[in-house]
Design a binder for this molecule. Structure first.
Ligand SMILES: Nc1nc2c(ncn2[C@@H]2O[C@H](COP(=O)(O)OP(=O)(O)OP(=O)(O)O)[C@@H](O)[C@H]2O)c(=O)[nH]1
Ligand SMILES: [Mg+2]
Length: 197
């Protein structure tokens, strides 16, 4: 006998209500604003793994240009953003410090793409990040986190400096702002959809 859906299935799975879960990595060098970004847009209480930075790590953690930062991500950030009635993004923020970089590979597994946060004042710090994401074979978009007072570099210069492909999207955002951060993710998802066709 072929049985029909259980009571639970009838109650929770409405016809046409199927959603696609998409895993997205939010990456970037130390202190570029990854935790801030996921905190600003997650519709669930984000999971964070912040630890206080210690004097002992002062020489290792390059805090140049990042005033007021007292904690750092030691494992990952996790958040969720529903961008349409069909697509839900599960956001995984990587730890930014070099000594945790071996975790990235595991986190990259199953991801559809990556949003690479970039600080225009510390562009060179993004080279290694982009290299890694390319090594993992992930498509990505660049989100320039526009820290207050940082001059907005022109896009061509930034593309040149980061040696980007012509179709790699570049957007600016303020990681503290929900709307601009969501727009950056939507740009990435559109890019991933284009690449899939
Ligand atoms: N002024 C300004 N500060 C920002 C902006 N984005 C992030 N910050 C600050 O920059 C600091 C770093 O932000 P985090 O979100 O912890 O950076 P992160 O990339 O998660 O850092 P790690 O996990 O340690 O690599 C925090 O003090 C934020 O408040 C921005 O757009 N403008
Ligand atoms: Mg962080």
């Amino acid at each position: 006998m072929v049985s029909g859906p259980s009571l639970d299935e009838q109650a929770y799975v409405r016809e046409g209500a199927t959603q696609t879960a998409v895993k997205i990595l939010v990456v970037g060098h130390f202190a570029v604003g990854k935790t801030t970004f996921i905190g600003a847009i997650s519709e669930i209480e984000p999971l964070t793994t912040e630890e206080t930075m210690t004097r002992a790590a002062e020489s290792v953690d390059d805090l140049k240009g990042v005033q007021g930062k007292t904690t750092t991500t030691v494992a990952m950030d996790f958040g969720r953003l529903t961008i349409s009635d069909r697509v839900v993004l599960y956001l995984f923020g990587t730890p930014g410090q070099q000594r945790f970089v071996q975790m990235w590979e595991d986190m990259a597994r199953g991801a559809l793409g990556a949003l690479v946060l970039v600080d225009p004042e510390r562009l060179a710090d993004s080279f290694a990040v982009i290299d890694l994401i390319e090594q993992y074979g992930l498509d990505y978009a660049i989100a320039v986190n526009h820290f207050d007072g940082a001059p907005l570099r022109d896009e061509m210069a930034l593309r040149d400096a980061l040696d980007l492909l012509e179709d790699t999207p570049v957007v600016t955002c303020d990681a503290r702002d929900e709307r601009s951060s969501a727009d950056a993710l939507i740009t990435l998802v559109r890019h991933l959809q284009d690449r899939a066709h």
